[in-house]
Ligand binder design. Structure first.
Ligand code: NDP
Length: 403
């Protein structure tokens, strides 16, 4: 039986925390530590039972020393970081110092520069090795399940993989003209970056949201999918070395893009500080403060998400295509956890990665990506814990982009 320290108590954490509590065969104790103590206390009161002990703590996880003290106080087996990408590096540092396993759901970022590369976390590999513990990077849906899907395809259906197209579509409607389904600051930083894909050993960069395909997705219909950069492109290219091309597409509706472009054009998505009435503010952080809190979208979001990977390659010399995906209903996710499907599809895999480490099924010393482990136990747990997946052996392929 294991003890987990969950850091962060926002939209994704809301789901991860409840899934940890449901998985009392693996977890006997959970400490929830975040910036706002009252949110952690509310979960501790609701979930504490004779099956799992749940306690709440206040923590500023920007400061390594605070995290070290928190880990030393509770001595968890594993730390699940579902705070923000800004906290990845301080939490990793604290895990090295205290020799504690680490899990996160998104690549590390710094506040004053939009962009992300796994290199900033891979450099800690030797230190995690020396500490004799592991860091598991990107155990959300994308990144996370998309990497596991790709490795499952490779293990069971392909000798060599030529292409991977990751399709992340949200067919949900929350009724607001503009809102983001997870942390607005992190979401808008990611979407406004130039698009980037991997081809023949190199990255090809294109202007943000400049490549679009309309794709027919199971259970949610045709969606406009836009090419974007996403961190699993980097890890998939590293761990499936023969792959020729990896692209990532996300769906956006017209209203979302109209608002996004207008906000961008007036400078509201900038991460460069400005002086306003004698005070320094970051426009994007101000925008975040006026947008709906993603954690509040649950009751009003209807429809489904559909996220998956279309893989092409060869088996026994024969060319083949394969599509593996999950669909998740916003209202069903809300009924179970009080959160919409975007938080649900991230929080469930965050718990699964943490549980696989806690049970010693995924193990090692160093910094690891999801691609480095046997995908089968993870795939089984997706079916068990609320994210069942489906396969299609004759998928519609995403066309080549015109340059
Ligand atoms: P939220 O903004 O809803 O929650 C973030 C939480 O972290 C809040 O509880 C916040 O505290 C807390 N926090 C922020 N700063 C600190 C700090 N310095 N110390 C302690 N706690 C802090 O974000 P989401 O739940 O939407 O996102 C969580 C993570 O999940 C992000 O890293 C995001 O990138 C990732 N993600 C991954 C996805 C995937 O599929 N892989 C998809 C979606 C998200 P407070 O409550 O006080 O604000």
């Amino acid at each position: 039986m294991s003890k987990v320290l969950v850091i962060g108590c926002g939209a994704v954490a809301t789901v991860a925390i409840q899934k940890v509590a449901q998985n009392h065969e693996t977890f006997s104790e959970m400490i929830i530590a975040s910036r706002t103590l009252s949110k952690c206390q509310a979960f501790a009161e609701k979930l504490n039972s004779d099956k799992i002990k749940v306690t709440a703590e206040q923590l500023d996880a920007d400061v390594v020393e605070n995290i070290v003290k928190m880990i030393e106080k509770h001595n968890p087996d594993v730390v699940l970081n579902v705070a923000l990408p800004y906290q990845n590096i301080p939490i990793m540092e604290a895990c090295i110092q205290t020799k504690t396993h680490y899990v996160d759901t998104a690549c590390a970022e710094v506040r004053d520069h939009a962009g992300f590369e796994y290199g900033t976390q891979w450099v800690y590999d030797q230190k995690f090795k020396e500490a004799g513990v592991m860091a598991l990077l990107g155990s959300g849906f994308d990144p996370g399940v998309t990497s596991v899907f790709s490795m499952y395809a490779k293990k069971h259906y392909f000798d060599t993989i030529d292409t991977i197209d990751i399709l992340d579509a949200n067919g949900g409607d929350h009724g607001y003209p503009f809102a983001t389904n997870f942390n607005p600051e992190i979401n808008i930083r990611e979407i406004t970056l130039p698009g980037r894909y991997y081809e023949n050993g190199k990255y090809v960069t294109v202007p943000a949201l400049s490549k679009k395909h309309t794709y027919p997705l199971a259970e949610i219909g045709h969606r406009d999918m836009y090419l974007m950069y996403h961190e699993e492109i980097e890890s998939l290219a590293r761990f499936i070395p023969e792959v020729k091309r990896i692209r990532f597409y996300m769906s956006f509706g017209e209203s979302y893009l109209r608002h996004l472009f207008a906000l961008q054009n007036v400078g509201m998505t900038s991460v460069k500080p400005i002086t306003f009435q004698g005070q320094e503010i970051v426009p994007l952080q101000f925008l975040r403060a006026v947008l709906p809190d993603p954690a509040s979208l649950g009751p009003r979001t209807v429809g489904k998400t559909n996220i998956g990977c279309i893989v092409s390659g060869k088996k026994d010399g024969v060319k083949k295509n394969y599509y593996v995906y999950n669909t998740c209903d916003h209202q069903e996710a809300y009924k179970e956890t009080g959160s919409q499907a975007v938080a649900y599809t991230t929080g469930v895999p965050a718990m699964i990665g943490t549980a696989l480490i806690a049970k010693g099924i995924w193990k090692g010393a160093g910094v690891f990506n999801m691609e480095q482990f046997d995908p089968d136990p993870f795939m089984d747990m997706l079916n068990k814990w609320g994210l069942p997946w489906k396969e299609n052996f004759d998928p519609v392929m995403v066309p080549d982009d015109e340059n």
